[in-house]
Ligand binder design. Structure first.
Ligand SMILES: Cc1ncc(COP(=O)(O)O)c(C=O)c1O
Length: 524
């Protein structure tokens, strides 16, 4: 036995220290949950792989011993509100990250919730994953953390190699270029610019100019925010879409008015997104007709924009409209959409900010569509930790400063993404996510069948599952009751509840969630 292995029990003992003092409560009794933390640790320090998924110091089940938010959360939230602010003011409680473990998020009141929302879908491997924590000890990570490179001008040694082994290794089939960015909105914002620049370059070539040959008028007018230097091109997005909150992205976002109110917007077109009937397999014919209607509208929107001199440079679409209410469409719809964009010479941007990185049961959700050629651009962020976009060779910028900002991403986040991918492969997280997703969706379907007055339209891909609640008010009640039962879920659209757990969420976690869902449903 190695020295390191001999020390393992002692190390574990250190971590066995109770994280907080927990009093047994009625809820805990009701669910017979184990209030003591215990260590599942099958993780082998001597080995670069994990032996199974239970390597976190997760509790056996969630436990809650205060109202949520509890007194400590309320106090901290009030202090923030009275002080400098700095939050988005939508917090339900204050998290205790240090004491969070695996799929469980701790709050400052000592409650431990099974986290099915995962930092708004952005938590790849749960909390305090030992392998990710170990990364902090590497020289590569230390350098990346302390010196954030201005990548556009000063890429650090081996940056290209890091991109190749991380983003390159999981690139959507057929896409051979990638640009990193800082967040999902920055990824989409720059994807729009790529589409505009590419279309304008083609227009110049069609006029007999070089792709980058600007006239004096172009140069002068753009400084006045006027055409022809600033083009009059547009981005087509879908009703219900969410693509971010920066100025360009917001004009493509159509999910909720609160995101858009008071902010100037571009006059960009919108097409309807299919309103499908669930379960999809029982409603194929009517859903196909609905999708065909939407495709016709896309074609029309591209045509009528052209009629008014507004060239559509790109269509942007989410594989599942997430913030808009977890609305799905079939592979056929996306195939048709790609066909229209190809026919009309419009760039197709697939926004995988929320759906990318394994959780849909594919690495990229659009892999389920069976496209013959890749989308032109695929944007990502959230579970990837780093944001950015993949794109085709054809869309490569030829001049510097066209796509540019100070940091253009963050090497430290890319190192994390690289490690996440290694763990996804070594721990079989694709397979376990698929399995957890099936359990979750089956369970939600059963729940909806048992309580049809309250729940309907269970749907999902991988663990990206959702169910609708009969009203927004009842949804708020259900979410609060689920939190009290120790399960953290998200809302989306008018009345949907969405699941966005980390990739370490297993079938067993899904069973706990479903048990508690039934308790809440029975009490409605
Ligand atoms: C599909 C989609 N696109 C873009 C964004 C914006 O990403 P960010 O919040 O990182 O700017 C989000 C965020 O929720 C999203 O879900």
């Amino acid at each position: 036995m190695s020295f390191s292995r001999m020390l393992a029990p002692l190390r574990r003992l250190g971590r066995l220290t109770p994280l907080a003092k927990h009093t047994t409560t009625l809820q805990q009794k009701a669910f017979k949950s184990d209030v003591a933390y215990y260590y599942y640790d099958n993780y082998d320090d001597d080995d670069d792989t994990t032996t199974n998924q239970n390597y976190f110091s997760e509790p056996a089940a969630p436990f809650v011993h205060t109202a949520i938010p509890g007194p400590e959360s309320l106090k901290e939230l009030q202090e923030m509100a009275d002080g400098w602010g700095g939050t988005g003011s939508a917090a339900d409680f204050v998290a205790d990250i240090e004491n969070s473990a695996g799929c469980y998020i701790a709050d400052v009141d000592g409650n431990m919730l099974l986290d099915c929302f995962g930092q708004i879908a952005s938590l790849p491997l749960g909390y305090n994953h030992p392998e990710l924590m170990k990364l902090l000890d590497t020289q590569e990570m230390k350098l990346a953390q302390v010196h954030r490179s201005a990548l556009g001008m000063f890429p650090p040694k081996d940056w290209g190699k890091l991109i190749e082994r991380s983003l390159g290794a999981v690139a959507p089939d057929g896409l051979t270029k990638v640009q990193t960015m800082a967040c999902g909105s920055a990824a989409n914002e720059n994807a729009f610019k790529v589409a505009f620049i590419a279309a304008a370059s083609k227009n110049r070539e069609a006029e007999g100019r070089g792709a980058d040959e600007f006239s004096d008028e172009d140069r002068a007018s753009c400084m006045l925010n006027a055409s022809p230097g600033c083009s009059e091109m547009v981005i087509l997005s879908f009703e219900g879409a969410f693509h971010g909150r920066t100025m360009g992205c917001l004009s493509a976002t159509r999910s909720k008015d609160i995101h858009k109110l008071d902010v100037p917007a571009f006059d960009w077109p919108m097409a309807p997104f299919p309103k499908l009937q669930y379960p999809l397999e029982d409603n194929e014919a009517s859903n196909r007709a609905e999708e065909a209607r939407c495709i016709t509208q896309v074609r029309k929107a591209i045509g009528s924009a052209a009629g008014t001199g507004q060239q559509v440079a790109a269509v942007i679409v989410e594989p599942i409209q997430a913030e808009g209410g977890d609305r799905h469409a079939s592979p056929w719809f996306f195939q048709q959409l790609q066909a229209v964009t190809k026919e009309t010479g419009v760039v197709l941007i697939v926004d995988e900010v929320q759906t990318g990185v394994v959780s849909s049961g594919h690495y990229w959700a659009h892999e389920a569509w069976g496209l013959e050629s890749p989308p032109d651009i695929v944007t990502f962020s959230k579970k990837a930790q780093i944001a950015g976009y993949y794109y085709t060779e054809e869309l490569q910028m030829t001049l510097p400063y066209r796509i540019y900002n100070t940091w253009m991403g963050d090497p430290a986040k890319l190192l994390i993404f690289d490690k996440v991918n290694q763990i996804v492969a070594s721990d079989g997280l694709m397979e376990s996510t698929q399995e957890a997703g099936i359990t979750l969706l089956d369970g939600l379907t059963t729940l909806a069948a048992e309580y049809p007055d309250h729940f309907y339209d269970a749907r999902g891909a991988g663990t990206l599952c959702a169910v609708n609640v009969s009203s927004a008010e009842l949804r708020a009640e259900v979410l609060a009751a689920m939190r009290q039962q120790g399960v953290l879920l998200g809302a989306c659209g008018d009345s949907a509840i969405r699941f966005r757990p980390p990739l370490t969420f297993t079938k067993e976690h899904a069973e706990i969630v479903l048990d508690r869902f039934h308790v809440v449903a029975a009490a409605l």
